[in-house]
Design a binder for this molecule. Structure first.
Ligand code: NDP
Length: 501
């Protein structure tokens, strides 16, 4: 849909400040009109059925894959991240699209479920219907991978989608919608561009669900706006992810993973590593290895730079304030530090001896900085990891206790002896707890998130006891009570609580 271009905004290359392209600021009226047109598309899309949609999404997937370099170039231009990182991100997005298209029928299609003894005369059927139109609001840090986690799953579930990309990465959103229409022939995926107000307009535009990925603060505004119309939301918000190193961990692998988790994408990763807790027995060798890795990385505009600039200029003073606060409160910078924050680039920073209540430990920094703390035991590490209002993801490096420690951390996701590996497994749901949000994208849960359960019970034969009738007798009630006692009346025992190690 087009409207007169009353106002526009520029998408900028964060390495240089050059204008990459100019986009319209879509008004609330335009957003409402796009959602209304998406509703028309949604009928056609729903009626294609699982097999038709799978075919259409597979065609789109082919177009994206064949033009992946074009997409990666836009991501590179708009975020400043290295081209190789953009390729990796786009590839993960494609893999999720493939999973969603291939699995929707099995996960959401009709199936018989057991009716239970009390309802033995019923045939119980469960299926998942599309919601209609899903509004997707995305961030700029992974402008393909992150929204694709909602877009692909919402489309595969049979919904039309209206996507509002971040004002820093509008070109990615426009490219996705254009290639979709080219591949499928209908604008079932549409993009609206603009600033925060355009996202706010999408929340109240009549969409049947909003899938939001972004900061916790904006997530709260989205929820408040959606509450007016009881529009359901998925909130994928910020994090303050911990990385635990046990005494028996492979320290080379752990240091390599911690460095990548903390510094890749210049630390602008929702599931990036922001806090490291290391067992006292291996603290010093681990710190030595991590600092050596950090010193190898320089953020600059060289073609072979491993990390790019800070995409959103407003984040620079926040990163600087976290470093300064840590240093002012007794922390030490082993790499980087006070001078690490430049006009566009932030150099890797490793902070130690930082009090646990300082900003660098409690707030999302979203820069290439990491705190490292020594712990007496892994129980203390788990307690410190959990002492946060966020709960997105975590990492554990341990040979003997990896699964146990990962399970005890209050987070939606965890990687054991690897870094961010869960994000690349399409079968695993992605999302957080606490102020990191709720709801899930990816996996079977991600498909169900964009649908509603439709339950049908069909009578197969007359019940022996017809209890939902005014013709019910006292004798039948007595028989029913006896049946319930038989089924559920047995005395139980309460298990003793297990002691934690
Ligand atoms: P923001 O919260 O600033 O913005 C996210 C999106 O919301 C953007 O498209 C933005 O538009 C839009 N928006 C802004 N204001 C409103 C509003 N009032 N109503 C509706 N939409 C609005 O986040 P960032 O883009 O800065 O992304 C970084 C954050 O995202 C970090 O906190 C990071 O942890 C989190 N994140 C979480 C992920 C997860 O899966 N849990 C994954 C990736 C990032 P505009 O840009 O035009 O202002």
């Amino acid at each position: 849909m087009t409207e007169p271009r009353t106002q526009t905004f520029d998408s900028l290359d964060p390495r240089t400040g050059d204008v990459v392209d100019t986009y319209p600021i879509h008004s609330p009226e335009h957003v409402r009109a796009v959602v209304a047109s998406a509703r028309e598309q949604s009928d056609w899309w729903r009626d294609l059925g699982f097999d038709g949609r799978k075919q259409a999404l597979t065609t789109w997937k082919g177009v994206i894959t064949r033009r992946i370099n074009q997409l990666a170039q836009i991501v590179h231009d708009e975020t400043g991240k290295p081209h190789g990182d953009a390729l990796l991100e786009a590839s993960l997005g494609i893999d999720h699209l493939a999973y969603a298209a291939a699995h929707a029928k099995k996960v959401l299609g009709p199936r018989r479920v057991g009716a239970g003894l009390l309802m033995v005369n019923q045939a119980a059927t469960l299926r998942y219907h599309p919601l209609g139109v899903v509004g997707v609001i995305g961030p700029w840090n992974y402008p393909v991978f992150t929204p694709m986690g909602s877009i692909a799953y919402a489309l595969a579930a049979g919904n039309a989608v209206v996507f509002k990309p971040s004002e820093y990465t509008p070109g990615v959103g426009v490219w996705l919608a254009r290639t979709f229409e080219e591949a499928v022939g209908r604008p079932v995926l549409q993009t609206v561009t603009g600033l925060g107000e355009t996202g706010a307009a999408l929340c109240t535009s009549g969409a049947d669900k909003i899938a939001f990925t972004g900061s916790t603060n904006t997530g709260k505004k989205v929820m408040a706006a959606c509450a007016q119309t009881l529009t359901p939301v998925v909130i994928e918000a910020g994090g303050k992810d911990a990385f635990l190193v046990d005494h028996d961990a492979d320290l080379d692998a752990a240091a390599d993973a911690a460095a990548w988790g903390a510094f890749a994408n210049a630390g602008q990763t929702c599931v990036g590593v922001e806090r490291v807790y290391v067992h006292k027995d291996v603290y010093q060798p681990f710190v030595d290895k991590l600092t050596a890795k950090a010193r190898e990385i320089t953020a600059n505009d060289a073609d072979d730079s491993k990390i790019g600039p800070i995409t959103m200029p407003g984040q620079l003073p926040i990163i600087a304030s976290h470093i300064e606060d840590a240093l002012a409160r007794g922390g030490r910078a082993l790499v980087g530090g006070s001078g690490a924050v430049g006009e566009r680039w932030v150099q890797p920073t490793v902070l130690v001896d930082v009090p646990e209540d300082s900003l660098a430990v409690t707030e999302e920094t979203f820069g290439p900085t990491v705190t490292v703390a020594r712990v007496e035991s892994m129980d203390e590490a788990v307690d410190l990891a959990n002492a946060t209002r966020f709960g997105l993801a975590a990492t554990v490096f341990s040979k003997a206790r990896g699964m146990e420690l990962a399970d005890r951390i209050r987070s939606g996701m965890a990687a054991v002896n690897g870094i961010i590996t869960f994000a690349g497994v399409p079968n695993l749901p992605f999302g957080g707890v606490g102020e990191s949000g709720f709801g899930r994208i990816h996996g079977e849960d991600g498909l169900r998130e964009f649908s509603y359960a439709k339950s049908i019970a069909r009578k197969r034969f007359d019940p022996p006891l017809n209890l939902t009738s005014f013709g019910r007798t006292a004798a039948q009630e007595g028989m029913f009570t006896q049946l319930m006692t038989l089924l559920h009346g047995r005395a139980g025992t309460i298990p003793k609580a297990k002691r934690r190690r």
